[in-house]
Design a binder for this molecule. Structure first.
Ligand SMILES: *Cc1c(COP(=O)(O)O)cnc(C)c1O
Length: 375
């Protein structure tokens, strides 16, 4: 019995032909025509003026935060419920993260808490480099409310849309909401280049600065001249070619993930104490279908289902362990309600990959059904 993974890469002949063409073109370097075209195509898709391809989403986040001037003596306001990369990128700049709890319905940053925190920070005379919302599991944060709050406080928004390519909210695409936004093309994301990322922005200066810092801060002269410390953060041309093939298939891959999510939704609709995280948002990209299990109502815990599925070679994963609980961030400031800790204890991401066959999907659903029947 082959193992069913949470969100494996969905690549095939189209990606193969694009990668092969890139290799044969001779552009096997962190620049080339596929990088340029990938940037143009992504900017067009998201609706931003500029896109800068990077070696990872984390690198793009680092450049985005540098782009809004984050540095020592400043703080970056971000959700506690996120992947480590969000916080790491802030720390790379020398700024300190402040972790904020989430909306239990979506897992996205709690806008009321952000508003209160920004007022408090202003009263204390603290310097806030950015608010860094995450579009959790492919559902956009509540930008209708968050953007005005940040605008009133005069704080730029940097959007971590690493999980949200293809998602929309109020007719706008994930990645386009902040002064700058970031996508990831890691192997487990909705679309992959094996590893890679993209910085998006309408700000010409920010885009140019990101590009410059990502190429070792090399001055535009023939010899190697440097006046600042830079980074080696550009995307390989071969990987950009894979990304271009994936982008052509993106809508189909999202459709497939939505189909799988609908099957889970149907299965759990009749199960008391179980809901789907972020299910109220029709604009989500369905990256990872995640259930939240309230054991007082259901009579069982998410970890029990996880163990049942693991014994049948089916991978699941808890929701992100909140950053304020991570040993590396012990002592960091945090504004908490308990919502993120609750989601960490009760949430479980189910196999959601677009390459999953109908047979595999049936195997997962049957295993869940068997678990529920045994209760
Ligand atoms: C995946 C992810 C990242 C980092 O992207 P990489 O391409 O893996 O560096 C950042 N933030 C969030 C929320 C992510 O899920």
């Amino acid at each position: 019995m082959s193992k069913i993974y949470l969100s494996p890469p969905d690549v095939g002949q189209l990606e193969e032909s694009y990668a092969l063409a890139a290799i044969r073109s001779g552009w096997v370097a962190p620049l080339g025509p596929d990088v340029d075209a990938f940037e143009t195509e992504l900017a067009e898709r998201i609706g931003t003026a500029y896109a800068v391809a990077t070696s990872s989403g984390t690198a793009a986040l680092h450049l985005a935060l540098l782009g809004v001037g984050a540095g020592p003596g400043q703080v970056v306001v971000m959700p506690t419920l996120t992947f480590a990369a969000t916080a790491n990128a802030a720390v790379y700049t020398g700024a300190e993260p402040i972790f904020v709890d989430c909306d239990p319905a979506t897992g996205n940053i709690d806008v009321d808490l952000v508003e209160q925190l920004l007022e408090l920070l202003r009263a204390e005379g603290r310097r806030v480099a950015a608010v860094l919302p995450v579009d959790m599991f492919g559902v956009c944060a509540d930008y209708d409310r968050l953007l005005p709050v940040c605008a009133r406080a005069g704080v730029p928004v940097v959007e971590d849309a690493a999980e949200a390519l293809g998602a929309t909210r109020s007719g706008r695409a994930a990645g386009s909401f902040g002064r700058t936004g970031v996508l990831s093309f890691n192997g487990n994301k909705i679309m992959t280049t094996s590893g890679g990322g993209m910085l998006l922005t309408d700000d010409a200066e920010l885009a140019a600065r990101a590009r410059y810092l990502a190429t070792q801060a090399r001055q535009p002269v023939t010899h190697y001249e440097h006046t600042e410390i830079g980074y080696n953060y550009r995307l390989s041309n071969v990987l950009a070619a894979i990304g271009r093939a994936q982008l052509r298939r993106l809508d189909g891959m999202i459709r497939r993930r939505r189909e799988l999510r609908d099957r889970y939704a149907k299965m759990f609709a009749a199960v008391s104490g179980v809901r789907l995280l972020g299910d109220s948002d029709p604009g989500g990209n369905c990256w990872l279908t995640t259930i939240v299990v309230e054991p007082e109502e259901s009579g069982w815990e998410s970890v029990e289902l996880a163990a049942h599925l693991a014994a049948r070679e089916i991978e699941t994963r808890p929701i992100w362990k909140p950053m304020h609980l991570q040993p590396v961030h012990a002592g960091a400031e945090a504004v908490l309600t308990g919502a993120a800790e609750r989601l960490f204890a009760t949430g479980l991401a189910l196999p959601s990959g677009s390459a999953m066959s109908d047979g595999q999907s049936e195997r997962v659903l049957r295993a869940i059904d068997e678990f529920l029947g045994g209760r």
